[in-house]
Every structure is written in C-alpha cells, then in structure tokens.
Write a protein that binds this ligand. Structure first.
Ligand code: HEM
Length: 190
C-alpha cells in the first residue's frame, strides 16, 4: 500500500513539474518580454482581435491561425529555456552531431541557452524577436528537432506530449493576453 501511494505521488510530482511548471515558466517569460516590447504586445492583441474577435475566448480550433502568439512562445523557449541543460542521457551507439563524433557510452549534456544563442544560427541573438519564427503561410511548430532549439529534448526520452504542451502554452498565453486587455469585455463576466 505504501509503495502504491509513493509511486502515485512520484507520478503526480512528475506531471506537475514536467507539465505545469514548464508551461507557466515559459509563459511568464513571454509576458515579461512583451511588457518590455509594447510593439510586440500590440501585434499579439491585433492578431487575437483579427482571428478570435472580442466576443469570446480563444478556442483550440483557433490555434493554427495564431501564428504570431505561437512565435512568442517559441522565442521565449529560445531565449529563456526553463532548464539550462537537458536531463543527462548516455548514448547507446556511436553517432555524429553537427560534425562532432560522439562515442557510444558518452554522457551528454546539451546547453539550451547555448543553442538558442549561436550567432551563426540566430541573428541578433539577445533580442526577443518572435518574427524570426514566422515562415510565410506555414504553421509555426514549437518543437525544433534540428537542434536549433531544444525545449522538448529529442529522441526516445524527449517530451512525449509536444502537441499537448504546445496547445497548453499557446492557449494560456493567448487567454492571458485576452484577459489582460479585455477585462471589461462582457464575455469575461459570465
Ligand atoms: C512547455 C511545456 C513542456 C516542456 C518544455 C517539456 C519539456 C520536456 C523535456 C525537455 C523532457 C525530456 C527530459 C529528458 O531529457 O529526459 C520532457 C519529458 C517529459 N515530459 Fe514534458 N515538457 C512540457 C510539458 C509537458 C506536459 C504538459 C506533460 C504531461 C502532462 C509532460 C510530460 C512529460 C513526461 C511524462 C516526460 C518524461 C518522458 C520520459 O522520461 O520518457 N511534459 N518534457
């Protein structure tokens, strides 16, 4: 009985840390950056007004069209990753990543702030600029498996719920901004 309770507490703790903490940290950074960049905040509000309007809250079906907000979430992941390093893993085979040979059995620690600030990959690295993730008509995808960013880790032990996490993060940021700007709006009083 004790072990069952103990394992359940462990599972709940994992979900709390992996799920809610990651999402809320990311959104706090995105909001903080937007407070310092009113131009970006205005663009987010404009996108929300255009896609959703002022009469209702954001729904999941709106998310594919909220590309700029998603880009803000992605940019917060790039510039302010929640954890500086991935959870250490050991390679099970010889491999080569970005021309570096990594022998089987190596302990791998990848620096997320390092990846997000490589000058060869990111122009003007320290500036919060969501526009860099907008790619024409294509949907903005938060996971980036080419290792330019590393928010969800990758491979077999990477985050198993990238789609759910992307939905939670984008929805939370969008609704926060809506609540922030439209608190006098009638739909919030219901
Ligand atoms: C923005 C939100 C999230 C981020 C950035 C994130 C990131 C990550 C990362 C980097 C890992 C891999 C850790 C490793 O290398 O071992 C991971 C694993 C995991 N994540 Fe997420 N996560 C997020 C949201 C969530 C949510 C919402 C859930 C569940 C409700 C979740 C459940 C898990 C679980 C169960 C694992 C462990 C997978 C394993 O060990 O095989 N994550 N997450």
């Amino acid at each position: 009985m004790f072990y069952v309770i103990w394992i359940n507490i462990g599972v709940m703790q994992d979900l709390m840390l992996a799920g809610f903490d990651n999402v809320s940290n990311n959104i706090e950074w995105a909001m903080a950056e937007m407070m310092n960049n009113p131009r970006i905040f205005d663009k987010v509000v404009h996108e929300l007004d255009f896609v959703v309007g002022k009469d209702r809250l954001v729904q999941e079906s709106d998310l594919p069209r909220l590309k700029y907000i998603k880009s803000c979430v992605k940019e917060a992941f790039r510039l302010h990753p929640v954890a500086a390093f991935n959870v250490p893993h050991v390679t099970t085979a010889n491999s080569t990543v970005a021309r570096y040979f990594i022998p089987k059995g190596s302990h791998i620690l990848v620096s997320r702030p390092g990846l997000g600030r490589i000058p060869d990959v990111w122009e003007d690295t320290l500036t919060f600029n969501p526009d860099r993730h907008m790619n024409g008509h294509k949907e903005v995808v938060l996971a980036n498996y080419n290792l330019h960013t590393f928010a969800f880790s990758t491979g077999r032990r990477g985050c198993p719920v990238v789609l759910l996490s992307s939905t939670m993060s984008t929805m939370l940021l969008a609704r926060l901004v809506q609540g922030f700007t439209s608190f006098a709006s009638p739909f919030l009083s219901h």
